[in-house]
Structure formats: C-alpha cells, structure tokens
Design a protein around this ligand. Structure first.
Ligand code: ADP
Ligand code: 5GP
Length: 429
C-alpha cells in the first residue's frame, strides 16, 4: 500500500552495454522487470518472440500507434521500436520497478510523460571500443555497424536530458554503478509513500487511507498562466508541491490518480500517476471536465488565476511601444462551473480574522464536500514553502480537523486519510 514501482531507462548507442546491464539488474533484484519492446525489425534468428522482442509488421505497428498502445516509440536504425504503455503502468502500480533498454529518442519521450523516470546514459570508454564491441557481438553486418557508429554521435548529443552517466569500461564496475543508482533511487523518500516504520509516531493520523484503494482520484495542481502576449503571462506563486504531494498520497493509498497540472516547478508525480498538462484556467476547466467523469474525488489544489487579460497580443510586446493598458477579466470559477458528481475538496487561503467562516462560505459557494484552509499570515506554511499546516472543514457538519505542521507530503497523507474517514463515516450513517 505504501510504495509504487519506479521506471529506470537505460539508453545510449547500440553496443554500449545497455542490455547487459539491464539483465544484470533484473536477474539480481526481485521486483525488477524488463520491458520487452515491440519492433518492426526482423528477428535475428536466435531471438525469441515475446522474450527478446514482440516482432510485428509495419501495419500492426501503425495500428498500435493509433490505439495509443505505446508509452514511447521511435525510428531506430531504419526500423520502429516501442514500449507498451499498459504493461509498464501495471507493473509500476503493483510496486515493481521496470527497466527499459531503449534508444535516446525514446528516453526523451519518457521524461516528458513520466518526469519521475530515472534516465541512465551508458557509453563505453571511447568510440573505438564501441566499434570493437559491435563487431565482436557478431549480430550485425559491417554496413550495419557503420550505420550504428554514425548514429552514436547523434545519440550522445541528448545526454544532457539524462539523470546519470555510466562509463561501461570495466563491466563489473559498471554493474556496481547501475546497482547503486537503482538502490539509492528506490530509497529516496521522494519516490516512496509514507514509510510504515514512521506510522507509529502519529497513531491514528493515517487511518482512513485504505478507503481510497481502487478509487479514481483527480488532483488539480499548480498555477495557471493567462497570456498577455506569447511570452508574458498573469499567474501566481503556486509551486505545485501540495498538488504533487496529494497525488503521491492517494497513489500510495491504492487509488488510480490523474494529476491535472498547470506549469509548475513541482510537476513530478510518481510514474503510475497520469499527468495532464494544462496552461490557462479555461484549459484546466476543460481537462477537469473530461477527467472527472467516473471519478470518486476531485482535489482542487490548483491555484487557478482569478483574472485573465481580455486579449492576448500575438508575438511579443516591445518596450518601445510605450505604456500598455492591461484589461483583466475574471476567469471562470473552475470548481463551480464543473459538471461533476463526485465530492470535491477545495482549498482556501485566507488572511486575518473570521477565516473559518469565510472558508465555509467559499466551500458552500463552490458546492464542495470539504475545504482545506491555509492561513496566509503564516509565512512558513502555504504557497512556495516545503511545509504546510491547516484546518480541514466539511460541508455536512460543523466538524473541523487540524492537520499538524509538517512537510507537504506528511500533510497530504493527513488530508487523504481524514477525507477517507469522513466519507466512510457519512456512508455508514
Ligand atoms: P547494447 O544493449 O547497448 O546494444 P550489449 O549489452 O548488447 O549492448 O553489449 C554489446 C556487446 O558488448 C555484447 O557483446 C556485450 O557482451 C559486450 N559488453 C558489454 N559490456 C562490456 C564491457 N564492459 N566490456 C566488454 N564487453 C562488454
Ligand atoms: P537492436 O535492433 O540492436 O535490438 O536495438 C536497436 C536499438 O533500438 C537499441 O538502441 C535499443 O535500445 C533500441 N530499442 C529497443 N527497444 C526499444 C523501444 O521500445 N523503444 C525505443 N525508442 N528504442 C528501442
């Protein structure tokens, strides 16, 4: 219940040693699985369908692209290769780590759709060594080796997108390095839920989390951008951390989570979370309208801009144009405009006295099930901070639950658990 699997991508030129290192990880770590790719390349004879690759023809590959079958796919050395999306996501949802051995174009695509994936670039000590290894492998003709050597220089130019570099010179050393990365990433608190060993210290705090097992939760997060011209925008100080932390908490509780996020510094949900990127308030409204069909909960952690410029200038405003008069119009109230039947958790940032009364009014106006109240005059909690604290209020009762001060991740688990308890107890009358 408390951990989701991770995605490791080994990429680099053909012959660098990716397959050797990927198999080393899978053979030595329980819970690490190798993703078998689909390709239009012909089998090299000794290769087994379903074990080395799924070999399909061009027509079938195209059909799978159209059906969104692939998490990523690319043209490599004249053939097409792709990674099956549902297999990867299912493995990760079961807590397994998935190892991909793919080319750099695929790795770059993975970073876009799953920012939490760990990208490892593998390269031998020199290009001469790479050529020797390709020749000694004896799986490719001389012409193919030349093609792969030419491609290698292009592949190296993508190295900057990667998280780690391994020089596969002495194989034993490279194995040790890939294993160190694998183990360290799996221990990162960022990548795991709330460690069970830490539950003892706040007994009862996490009760209610299990309510979310198998439920579908949509979390909105980050700020929105309302464009003045094609470069400047009206936005707010939301970092997106609270939304991502909530996505992690519901995921760790066993829910299917969709994160609809505006452009934020923190937009790195764990792999099994589906990330939907939006920009403006009206984009956010349309995406949420689509994603909340059949949802069990909508968490409105996004700080949606209240105002938007009445027109967007195409191109870029120039200083030489003189004064600019900016007319702002109210954006749609996303929560109130949504036609969704699931309970909504809203958020309020209030300053000064009577904050609870004002938060309750806001909850009513938005038709929300609950609201999390942040006090804006506590500089250490709220926007652009690592920590948070607040009060959870419910529409159906006078009850309020204080969520104690802690990291946003800790607070997110507390909110998810308290909501689970409340919905469960309402259901039971
Ligand atoms: P890739 O999957 O990147 O194409 P492979 O894992 O197939 O690369 O490795 C290419 C060849 O080089 C294989 O024959 C493999 O056994 C060999 N090889 C891999 N790493 C080393 C190393 N550190 N030293 C010597 N040979 C290696
Ligand atoms: P080979 O034909 O030698 O097995 O593989 C050629 C290249 O295709 C290698 O660099 C390999 O990593 C890459 N490749 C294998 N499977 C995939 C995949 O699913 N997606 C992408 N993008 N590349 C792949």
């Amino acid at each position: 219940m408390f951990s989701s699997g991770m995605l490791f991508v080994l990429a680099g030129p053909s012959g660098a040693g990716k397959t050797t290192l990927a198999h080393y990880l899978v053979d030595n770590h329980k819970g690490a699985d190798f993703s078998v790719s689909t390709t239009t390349r012909a089998s090299r004879g000794e290769e087994i369908h379903g074990e080395d690759y799924f070999f399909v023809d061009d027509e079938e590959f195209s059909r799978r692209i159209e059906n969104s079958y692939f998490l990523e796919w690319a043209h490599v050395h004249g053939n097409r290769y792709g990674t099956e999306s549902s297999w990867v996501r299912n493995q990760m949802a079961c807590g397994n780590s998935v190892i991909l051995d793919i080319d750099v174009q695929g790795a770059v695509q993975i970073k876009e759709v799953m920012p939490s994936a760990v990208l490892i670039f593998v390269l031998p000590a020199s290009s001469d060594v790479l050529r020797d290894r390709l020749e000694q492998r004896k799986t490719d003709s001389g012409k193919t080796v030349e093609k792969r050597m030419l491609a290698a220089s292009g592949e190296v130019s993508f190295m900057g997108v990667f998280d780690y570099f391994i020089c596969n010179d002495v194989l034993e050393k490279a194995k040790q390095q890939v294993e160190s990365i694998f183990l360290a990433e799996k221990m990162k608190l960022l990548n795991i839920g709330w460690p069970v060993q830490a539950l003892d210290y706040h007994s009862g705090y996490m009760n209610g989390l299990s309510f979310w097992e198998g439920k579908r939760v949509v979390v909105s997060s980050g700020p929105t951008r309302e464009m003045i011209d094609q470069v400047r925008f009206v936005s707010n100080r939301s970092s997106g951390l609270m939304g991502v932390s909530l996505a992690k908490a519901f995921l760790a509780a066993g829910a299917e989570v969709i994160l609809v996020s505006g452009p934020a510094f923190n937009m790195e949900p764990p792999g099994p979370v589906r990330l939907v990127k939006v920009e403006s308030a009206s984009d956010m409204l349309s995406a949420l309208q689509e994603e909340t069909v059949d949802a069990d909960l909508l968490v409105m952690a996004a700080a949606v801009a209240d105002y938007s410029p009445s027109t967007t200038v195409s191109g870029k405003l120039k200083r030489g144009d003189g004064n600019v008069l900016l007319t702002l119009e109210p954006t749609p109230d996303v929560t109130a405009s949504l036609d969704c039947s699931c309970p909504v958790l809203s958020f309020a940032l209030e300053f000064g006295e009577n904050a609870i009364e004002r938060a309750r009014l806001k909850m009513k106006r938005k038709g929300a099930f609950a609201i999390f109240l942040n006090m804006g005059d506590k500089p250490e909690a709220g926007m652009e901070t690592a920590c948070n604290t607040g009060t959870l209020l419910f529409a159906s009762s006078e009850k309020s639950i204080e969520i104690p001060f802690g990291s946003k991740k800790f607070v997110a688990f507390g909110i998810a658990a308290a909501l689970g308890r409340e919905i469960e107890s309402e259901k039971n009358g």
